[in-house]
Design a protein around this ligand. Structure first.
Ligand code: MLT
Length: 279
């Protein structure tokens, strides 16, 4: 075993681009990489790992600054995170994979597609958008980054929670609330601030969308207030041949709020891709 390949509580760690990146690698078959949003970690994908691991090799990293991955000071750009994913795939000897991401993970998946188009077998964009931040959103990121650094993550978790889940989930599904709050509260404040700065700097990827040639599945919760359905409709219009699935009774963290519907759409998309490729 490579000395930097340390198994820790079900996860592995690799030194990638000078940063220790934690990840899990489950199952075997065509590779599927799932990238979490901000300020979450790879546990976001627990239900999807369970649903896919019998037929696919599912790789879920903690993006830099999140989960058990190391924190880098300054700004964590979407391109730096996409480069981490590419380097992880190199280390795992995977040349092509389905690249999926939720929200910030979707920004990273789009950056990955732009930087490494030949490595994208198919693309999954969940609760995300192609547009850059508005000036107001950028200013808000700066305020949130300062708040994370000075006050920690609890206040940010309290503030974000009602925007991430629909009221019914908040009222009736304490296990989902606990999971989402727990991911946010355990994120390193410096890692969160670096990601906020990276998201504020991200480029508008709308003009890149027509160049995407990989089969693409777009998923969004009907009641998502962070990346509304209209953002997904825009990506659907611009990515030729893409599929759009709007999931009812779900907000931003659509894969946790409606895992059955999400997994069904994802599995159908991945299996169809395999049939088309004749596997
Ligand atoms: C996320 O869920 O990754 C973030 O809410 C995305 C964002 O703030 O733009």
């Amino acid at each position: 075993m490579n000395p930097s390949d340390v198994v820790q509580q079900g996860s592995r760690k690799q030194l990638i681009n000078g940063v220790e990146i934690a990840y899990e690698d489950h199952g075997s078959g065509p590779a599927v990489v799932l990238l979490h949003g901000y300020p979450f970690n790879r546990s976001l994908w627990r239900d999807q790992v369970s649903a896919l691991r019998d037929d696919f090799r599912v790789i879920v990293p903690d993006l830099r600054g999140h989960g058990e991955s190391a924190v880098t000071s300054g700004t964590a750009t979407m391109e730096a995170m996409a480069n981490d994913v590419a380097a992880l795939l190199d280390l795992l000897d995977i040349s092509q994979a389905t690249i999926g991401g939720l929200s910030m993970g979707g920004y990273v998946a789009l950056a990955f597609s732009r930087l490494f188009p030949a490595r994208v077998q198919s693309l999954v964009l969940a609760a995300t958008r192609a547009q850059a931040d508005t000036d107001e959103a950028k200013q808000n990121r700066a305020v949130q980054a300062e708040k994370a650094r000075t006050e920690g993550m609890k206040g940010i978790a309290d503030m974000m929670l009602p925007k991430l889940l629909i009221p019914e989930t908040v009222a009736k599904r304490p296990e989902v609330v606990k999971h989402v709050r727990g991911m946010m509260a355990s994120t390193n404040p410096e890692g969160a601030a670096a990601a906020l700065q990276g998201m504020a700097l991200r480029q508008d990827q709308t003009s890149f969308l027509p160049q995407i040639k990989a089969p693409t599945l777009i998923l969004v919760g009907r009641e998502d207030v962070i990346t509304p359905v209209a953002d997904s409709e825009l990506m659907h219009r611009e990515i030729s041949g893409s599929q759009l699935r709007v999931i009812e009774n779900a907000g931003h963290v659509v894969n946790l709020e409606r895992p059955e519907e999400f997994n069904r759409a994802l599995s159908e998309f991945l299996r169809k891709g395999e049939r088309v490729r004749g596997k």
